[in-house]
Each structure stands twice: as C-alpha cells, then as structure tokens.
Design a protein around this ligand. Sequence first.
Ligand SMILES: Cc1cc2nc3c(=O)[nH]c(=O)nc-3n(C[C@H](O)[C@H](O)[C@H](O)COP(=O)(O)OP(=O)(O)OC[C@H]3O[C@@H](n4cnc5c(N)ncnc54)[C@H](O)[C@@H]3O)c2cc1C
Length: 508
Amino acid sequence: MKPRVVVIGAGMGGLAAAVALARDGFAVTVVEKEAAPGGKMRRVQAGEAHLDGGPTVLTMPWVFRGLFEASGVDFDRAVPTVPLSILAAHHWKDGSSLDLFADVDRSEAAIRDFAGAGEAAAFRSFKADAKRLYDLLEGPFILSDRRSVPDMMGALGMAGLAELWRLGRVETLWAALGRRFRDPRLRQLFGRYATYTGSSPFLAPATLMLVAEVEMQGVLAVRGGMHALATAMADLAAGEGARLRYEAAAETILSRDGRCIGVRLAGGEELPADAVVFNGDVGAAAAGLLGGDAARAAATVPVADRSLSALVWCMTARASGTGLVRHNVFFDDDYASEFEDVFDRRRLPRKGTVYVCAQDRLDDASPRDLDRLLLLVNAPPTGDAAPLSDDEVRACRDRLFDLLTTCGLTLEPEAVHLTTPQDFERLFPATGGALYGRASHGWTASISRPPARSRLPGLFCAGGSVHPGAGVPMATLSGLRAASAVRADLGSMLRSRPAAIAGGMSMR
Ligand SMILES: Cc1cc2nc3c(=O)[nH]c(=O)nc-3n(C[C@H](O)[C@H](O)[C@H](O)COP(=O)(O)OP(=O)(O)OC[C@H]3O[C@@H](n4cnc5c(N)ncnc54)[C@H](O)[C@@H]3O)c2cc1C
C-alpha cells in the first residue's frame, strides 16, 4: 500500500504538492470544490469571451521549469510562453508616461528621458540593491523552510545581516524609495510592488524591493492565458498518478489520537489519509471551517492583518487613445490616500491606481477592434463584514474611467464580468476577500507566515497564505515545501525512498 495523501484545493500550492508527492510514490487525491483547477488563477467569461480573471504577470519561470522537468516534461512545450520586452507601461494624470523594459539599459534610458540623469543613476543603484537583496534572501528565505527570526539571523550570518541593514534598514519600502528617488512618480511606480503581496508600500518593509528585482528578471506572457498554466499543472499531477476530483468540497479534516487521519467531504464521503495538505487560506482552517481539530492547528489571521482585496472587471472593450501594451498602470495623484482608504478607512479608494491587462497584446500598442481586458483596483478585504453596495462599486467604476480618460485612454466596454471582495470571500472563505494571506506590514511580517507543518501532526499547509508567501511562483514553492515536509514525515513508508532533493525543488 502506498502512503495516502489528500490535497485540499487545486490552487498552485496544492497542485505543486500533488505533482511532487505523486512523483515520489504517494497515492495522492486532490479534492477541489470548484469545477476547474487554478484557484485564484481562474478563467471567467464576459459575453462570449473567456479571460484570465486572476494573475496575469508570470515571473520566476525557473520554478515551473524545475517542477515540470523533474517529471520529464518540457515546460516550454507544455506551457508556451513569450517573454515581454515591455514589463509595463505607466501613466500619470499629468499626461506623463514611462515604460519599464526587460532590458535594464533601456529602462535606464527611459528614466533619463522621463526624470533626468540623477533619477536614472538612482534607478541603476536601486536595481543593483534590489538584486543584492534578492540574492541575499533567495536561499535563506525563499527556498527554505520558514525560520524563526534568530534562525534567519543565523542563516544570514554577520556579513549578510550587515548587508541587509545597509540595503533595507528597518524602514518602510516608501522610506527606502524616498532615500533613493526624488521624483514622486518613481516612488509610486516602485512602491506599487508592495501590492504584489497585498500590502501598502507605506507599511511594508524595504526588503520588498526584491519584488522589483523579480519583475526586472523578466515577465512572461502565457500563450492561451495564465489559466493554461494551472491546467498544465493539473495534467502534470494526473500524469504522475494523482487523482483529481472537482466539485468535491472538503468539509472536515479528521483526526484521531492527535494525528490527522483523513478528510470528510460535503456529502459525507470519507477519504482516509496518512497526511493532508490544505491549500485553502490558513485563516479558513483557523476559523473552524474544516472542524475543531484543524482550527487548533493553525493561527488565526486577525482581520486587521489581512492583505488587499480587489475589484476586478474582466471585459471586452473598444480601446482608443493611449496605446495599450500587455501590462498598463494608471496612477492617480495622491498615493498615500489610496492605502489610507483601503487599510484605515476600509473603503474603496477615492484615488485608486488602476491596473489594466490587455490579454491579447504583447509589446505592440497598435489599435485593435476589440480588446479582452482585466481592470483591477485595490479594495478593502471586508467581503465578509460590510458588502460593497452597487452604488459604491458604480462610483468606483466611474472614478476609474475618469482616471483613464484623463490619462488619455477611452474604453467602450461591451461585455463585463465583475468580481468583488464578496465574491472573493465566497471563493476563498474566511478571507474577507484578501487575496494574499496576511499583509506584509512590519519588518518581521514576511518571515512570520505560517510554515508548511501545522500544529496537528499529519496536517500540512500550502499556498499564498503560508511561507514563503503569495504570488504564483511563491505559492508553487510553498507546495513544494509542503511536499518536502510530508516526505520527511512519511518517507519511510515509501517502498523506494525519494532522493534528497526530490520534488522538483528547483534551483536556478
Ligand atoms: C485578481 C488577482 C490578480 C493576481 N495577480 C497576480 C499576478 O499577476 N502574479 C502573481 O504571481 N500572482 C498574482 N496573484 C496572486 C496569485 O494568484 C496567488 O497568490 C496564487 O495563485 C495563490 O495560489 P494558492 O496556492 O494560494 O491557491 P489558491 O489560488 O488560493 O487556491 C486555493 C484552492 O483551494 C480550494 N479550496 C479551498 N477550500 C477548499 C475546501 N474546503 N475543499 C476543496 N477545495 C477548497 C479553492 O477552491 C481554490 O481552488 C493575483 C491574484 C488575484 C486574485
């Protein structure tokens, strides 16, 4: 008998764990309450069109390449991608705009034209610092099990700690950007990277500069849309022998004598297991949605610590004026108020940044008849407490369209699909619609996410709410960490022992 593992959830973390464990010889069953894999990496329909309704920016492709290649599957064939030469186009209300490029020299030249030689030099040194931070933290943090603060200090060593202090000090990302850039538009542009972890640049630590480095290493567009990556991961898991069951919601995590022994599905069916990997938000387990034993196994996520939610409009639209590339950002003129509104006043931003993903475009901004667009505005994670009224949502949409018009872009929507924080709460229960687990606010927040191993023996966690954090590659890495932890617990039950770094834990 192979040791049995049930994975609850077919998000990126759950799928990565399923691939790695099935490959190692575990009998893996994935139960997913929705009808398709991907979790937040979902497809939505607007009129006749299908669109990505979740992540759009794919970074750190080596994470996926390693996972696929460990199964003998060529990632580039399974998931065809195109590297973008324009990482994103940025627009401001005063009519100014700036493209960032995959080629750092082109970015530097663009910044020189945009804000002068001093800011171009500041960018060069910011880029070097962000890279040094990334290199410093990749091994001890991103690719490691979650460590305590003293462990982390030990792993970095005196030299690493001194470097960390020099690069980031104990200050916010906003303060760190303020020391580097004079132009407020550049602070806004690079500060926005905090929102990739659902956080405010005014509260997140300067170490989040490393997100800028990740993006500057390159952004890929997936042919056929990001959801194709989730489907390919599900196929990979099935190819390794995992069983995937959709529309199968886990209702209770079962335990006996202080150890997790399986899962009961809605409907009553019981799936016995030697280990369970939970890929939902840890907050859902802590809130008791999977029974009392699972509730005691995980720490609650206080409402005040939740990360950003969003209003997401997926639409087909006629776009005219400012040319769109794949990723486009439109900034309003009071950045601090956006985060005060969302995190302090718990309301939709009056001056919110608008992200527009033009899903049929790469680097070419030429006119098209009709575009498939995703528009995203940050929103408070209050989908469980204070549902947004139609009037509030309409007012936010009007402000958004006004901002786009001021920046020179006119949109005439045809078919529209809207997702609100309430909808995200329904899809990802007990989160209030928060999309990235806990916000990374405060200098220890990023290293305090729950580890793969829960307090209940036999129950493991994977996904954006646990270490190393949110985002598609990070959630995938968390699944591999959960697989390693299961292997460490149950490896002796396998007939052939997996190799020391099995599971596709890729290294660049
Ligand atoms: C609008 C949006 C834009 C984003 N943009 C980007 C981006 O551009 N780049 C990027 O890298 N990241 C982005 N992200 C974040 C990224 O999508 C997530 O961090 C990542 O996909 C989360 O993966 P996960 O493993 O946590 O699983 P999730 O996606 O959270 O999926 C968890 C799965 O578990 C299932 N589940 C939960 N409870 C149960 C249960 N009881 N029984 C059965 N199934 C259950 C859920 O249905 C779900 O399918 C974005 C997210 C959103 C929503």
